[in-house]
Design a protein around this ligand. Sequence first.
Ligand SMILES: [Zn+2]
Length: 385
Amino acid sequence: MINAKRLASTFVELVKIDSVSRHEAAIAKLLTERLTTLGLSVACDDAAKKLNSQANNLVAKLPGDDQALPLAFCAHMDTVEPGNSVKPVFENGIFKSDGSTILGADDKSAIAILLEVLETIRENDIPHCPLEIVFTVCEEVGLLGAKNLNFDLVKAPFGYALDTTDVNSLVVRAPSANRIQFTVIGKEAHAGMAPERGINAILLAGKALAEIKTGRIDSETTCNIGLISGGVATNIVPNRVVIQGEARSLNEDKLEKVTAGMVAAFENAISQAQNKSDRNDGLPRLEISVEKDFTLIDIDVNHPVALLAQKAAANLGRSLAFKTGGGGSDANVFCQHGIVMGILGTGMEDVHSVNESVSLENMVKAAQLVLEIIRLHTKETQGKK
Ligand SMILES: [Zn+2]
């Protein structure tokens, strides 16, 4: 029933539209038109103003059998860079870019799949539950669209984000993450004429960093220092350095422990330097900011969202594995708002690189699974509302 040719041409049309984060106006306009033609009502929220983005999140609804529970699907409209003027190439069943840009299969393969499923439902008059399709902006710059989504627009108790690789798996666990920033404030001085008057902020930060364990901390937890900026010139003792890092874990307690360890390393390095100093200007000084970036996905494998996907795959003669993801996605934010959201694959590979690709066969498989999920859910929840 899924029309591979139509799916391919929708995908090509979508990837040719520039939509790097905060520049989603053209794709949002096209999707609003397509969804309206397919019989959906399209609402948008006011995320654009808050995010200084060109477009709002879209929440499109297709009325259906109101005896069945509504089901949500989510994908993001924005891409990473270099994402402008994508020239898709189709060879041996695989879509790639011409090598100068990303392809944008992340996440336009998902959008194309959802549009194809809606086309198929309409074309074949397939009975379906009420459907809620959420297309977000600014996912790639910190899940900002989802974080600013008006969740009052979403009524479904659970659903699926399409935003990972494997078409035969459902991500049911993904980490919680903290974003951490340290600012070490020292004292500037001429490095040749009066170095003893200075306090070297870079060296102090270095001492703290040497005490922090990074990389894979254990099977559930990771930690990274990713950015450092400070200093003005080689002949000036630097008075300020900013260090940014993150910690992630599938276990909130471990996340807090790793975060606390990072904070303690900086506090110790600075207080040791303060103790050694006979200055009375309060230097060196430390500023710390710890922000929750996103919260856990931790879905019980007996939750309907997991069982439904597994049964739907079985109906198609396929087996579906439950997986743990390492990243954050819009689904984390939905889960935080009480909408249980697993993550399905679309076939996209090597995302965030100019080698990004997706096979048409896998996109068709993903579309078949989504369609079967809708069909099965409609049958199973009829009268349960
Ligand atoms: Zn994505």
